[in-house]
Design a protein around this ligand. Structure first.
Ligand SMILES: [Zn+2]
Length: 94
């Protein structure tokens, strides 16, 4: 199940990111969402325009496993980066 951290701000999320959430929800362990619009990110980060989301597994989940699943399950216009403390997914049409 998807667990939204306290303080996650979805206001302004790009609809395309919902595919990432749908995909993450099929992961067999709990997946947390820590940032959508909220949080401190690099200047120019796609989080600020609602085009990026950070996931984090806990319990028996593994971020590298989740990242592989998202990579395989999303179209090529998404970038999936395993940042180890979290999995960053951004929608960036080429
Ligand atoms: Zn991120």
């Amino acid at each position: 199940m998807i667990v939204y951290n306290k303080g996650v701000n979805p206001q302004g999320i790009r609809a395309e990111l919902l595919l990432a959430i749908i995909c993450a929800s099929s992961y067999p362990h709990d997946v947390g969402v820590s940032c959508i619009i909220n949080g401190e990110h690099m200047r120019g980060s796609l989080h600020y325009s609602g085009q990026a989301i950070d996931f984090d597994t806990f319990g028996e989940g593994s971020n590298s496993e989740l990242a592989s699943m998202l990579q395989a399950g999303l179209p090529g216009s998404y970038d999936v980066l395993n940042e180890h403390t979290h999995v960053h997914v951004e929608y960036q049409p080429k």
